[in-house]
Write a protein that binds this ligand. Structure first.
Ligand SMILES: Cc1ncc(COP(=O)(O)O)c(C=O)c1O
Length: 388
């Protein structure tokens, strides 16, 4: 049996009949859009993520667009983000007409470097062409960004902070979830994410009731919400009163029903992922650069990413030995053609550029058996030994 990079079937078997019953319940109910499971899941997600509010939506990308829309971020505005991330983090700025400004990362954690962020903000302010509005920090590969330092930079410059926790939902720093420091935390339930559904969906966690209400409105074509209609009377159903430009960003009821089942075992899976990470570190730490988690941080290990000078040689050797691997990310976003015209932090992004040529991710999921893991470790060791 080949080792899967991510084993979604092992999890499905564990969840068993109750998962299939939950799906069938929705199918039989006919409440495919905004059925009761959606609100139930939002409440459970908010509780898990220790946020006052959670809004489900159609994807992790929509989860990033919605707060930018809610804050009225658009043409002439700058939003700072790392370049060493999935495209969606930066894509949402041009989608609302704003400009991403790319910031470098800390070499050990791959997450936003607060010093590079500060320098980028100062440079944008000095140039005077764009107005700094917000920062999107990413919990890359599952571990929390340096939120205390990043939030301090945001506070100093009056910027909003989004935690893009698409890969890191469930991660903590000093026992706190990213929303403790950020205005908004977003996540993705793409199937391969640590908390993934059986299709696309996402969520926005936030702290303020009026802001959450605005997101509720934006999620369904800017429809009027309670605060829009309070004290007013209408001749027609206010459901069809559209008071702002929004989109269709709903999560399907079936996804909510699936995610409710998956959330119930998520803490246990995070522990299992941490055991896998510890075993990798013990087996490989002397040969490759194993990942380092920020002090006080708990990662959910979306990826187990190591560094080696001959990354492509290692990938080819692993393939021959029946071990899958993946490279996240071979081309930093600011180096992709469509993003190359946007500003970067002063001095460029040397750490980001160096990492893109060295990183390689090994199989990682909560159901990786010690035997399979030993096979991965042996395959990496065989390659490194042959080439040293
Ligand atoms: C860091 C990051 N941000 C945003 C997204 C977008 O999520 P989605 O694919 O659900 O739109 C992803 C995932 O694919 C991601 O990894």
């Amino acid at each position: 049996m080949p080792i899967p990079f991510i084993d979604l079937q092992a999890q499905r078997k564990r969840l068993g009949q109750p998962l299939e019953d939950a799906i069938l319940k929705v199918v039989r109910s006919g409440a495919y859009i905004m059925g009761p499971e959606v609100a139930e899941f939002e409440a459970a997600l908010a509780a898990f993520g220790e946020a006052p509010f959670a809004l489900s939506c159609g994807s992790g990308t929509e989860a990033l667009i919605l707060p930018l829309m809610a804050w009225g971020i658009g043409p002439g505005d700058a939003v700072f983000c790392p370049s060493f991330t999935f495209a969606a983090t930066a894509e949402v700025m041009p989608l609302v007409g704003a400009s991403p400004v790319f910031v470098d990362i800390v070499p050990e954690t791959y997450n936003l470097d607060p010093a590079s962020l500060e320098a980028a903000i100062e440079a944008v302010k000095a140039k005077g062409e764009l107005i700094p509005r917000a920062v999107i920090a990413v919990d890359l590969f599952g571990q929390p960004a340096d939120y205390p330092a990043i939030a301090e930079v945001c506070r100093k410059h009056g910027l909003k902070l989004i935690a893009d926790s698409a890969q890191g939902f469930g991660c903590t720093l000093s026992g706190q979830h990213p929303i403790h420091w950020a205005d908004v935390a977003t996540t993705s339930f793409f199937p391969a994410k640590p908390l993934g559904g059986y299709g696309d969906s996402g969520a926005v966690l936030s702290k303020d009731a009026r802001f959450h209400d605005l997101l509720v409105s934006l999620r369904v074509h800017g429809q009027a919400v309670k605060s829009d209609i309070e004290g007013k009377t209408f001749e027609h159903d206010p459901k069809y009163l559209n008071v702002r430009i929004g989109l269709n960003g709903r999560m399907d009821t079936i996804q909510a029903a699936i995610l409710l089942q998956k959330l119930a075992i998520f803490s246990d899976e995070i522990e299992a992922r941490n055991r896998v990470a510890e075993r990798y570190a013990a087996g490989l730490g002397d040969l490759v650069t194993a990942p380092k988690v920020i002090e006080g941080g708990v990662s959910v290990w979306a990826q187990y990413t190591v560094e080696t000078p001959d990354r492509d040689g290692l990938a080819a050797s692993l393939r021959e030995q029946g071990v899958p691997s993946a490279v996240y990310y071979p081309i930093p976003i600011h180096r992709q053609g469509v993003y190359s015209g946007y500003p970067t932090a002063p001095g460029g992004l040397p750490v980001t550029e160096a990492k893109a040529g060295k990183v390689i991710s090994l199989p990682m999921h909560a159901y990786l058996t010690p035997d399979d893991q030993d096979q991965v470790i042996a395959a990496v060791r065989a390659f490194v030994k042959k080439n040293s």
